[in-house]
Each structure stands twice: as structure tokens, then as C-alpha cells.
Design a protein around this ligand. Structure first.
Ligand SMILES: [Fe+2]
Ligand SMILES: [Fe+2]
Length: 124
């Protein structure tokens, strides 16, 4: 029997971290501090995606390939952005954190992860 408890708990922590990052950007915290939170977000996201991918394999989730691809894309974009942070102007920097990245991750949680949740609940 599988349940979503572990994944749900990780989602809550991930959203909390994203909010912390969002707040730091909004309140004009030094970039160094924002980078540190961003690194925390990325490494926690990596751990979370690994958990989800393990569950997908264990439960033979039919959309595993597509879902993994989406995870990979999100992480690639995050790493790419991380590398270019210093060259990015203040406006785009804030825009990206406050809207783009946050929105992409939350959209993933609400749509793609929801499909995994439906799959798991059908197994029980
Ligand atoms: Fe997730
Ligand atoms: Fe996911």
C-alpha cells in the first residue's frame, strides 16, 4: 500500500521554502542571502523529485517518463538561472523569483503531481 503522506509533507516544506525565497526577494534582502535560500530550494527540490520518481517506479505510474522529463526541465532551468544570477539586472531578477519560478513549481505541484496522487489513490 502506498500513500501520499511523504510526498505531501515534502510539498508543504517546498512551498514553505519557496515562500521564504519570495519574501526575501520582495523585501530586498541582499542577493547573497537570496542565493543561499535558492540553493536550499534547489537541493530540497532534488530530494523531493527523487522521492516522487521512486514512488512512480514502485507504483508503475503510466506517465512516469513525461513527469520525469518535467522534473528535469525545472531543475535545468533553476541551475541555468543560478549560474547567470550575477549578470541579471535587478528587475528581471525579482520578476523571475516572484513569478516565473514560483509559478512553474506550484503549477507542477497542482497539475502533474495531482495526476500521480490520483494514480496512487486508485491503487488502494
Ligand atoms: Fe512534487
Ligand atoms: Fe512531480
Amino acid at each position: 500500500m502506498f500513500d501520499m503522506a511523504e510526498i505531501d509533507q515534502q510539498h508543504r516544506k517546498l512551498v514553505k521554502l519557496l515562500k521564504k525565497m519570495n519574501e526575501a526577494v520582495k523585501s530586498h534582502k541582499p542577493r547573497k542571502e537570496i542565493y543561499r535560500i535558492f540553493e536550499e530550494v534547489i537541493s530540497y527540490t532534488e530530494l523531493h523529485f527523487a522521492t516522487e520518481e521512486r514512488v512512480m517506479t514502485q507504483t508503475e505510474f503510466p506517465e512516469t517518463k513525461m513527469h520525469k522529463k518535467h522534473h528535469k526541465q525545472l531543475l535545468n532551468e533553476a541551475h541555468l538561472f543560478m549560474e547567470r544570477l550575477d549578470d541579471i539586472g535587478e528587475h528581471i531578477f525579482r520578476e523571475w523569483f516572484n513569478q516565473w519560478y514560483y509559478a512553474c513549481v506550484v503549477t507542477h505541484l497542482l497539475h502533474q503531481d495531482r495526476r500521480l496522487e490520483d494514480h496512487i489513490s486508485q491503487l488502494n
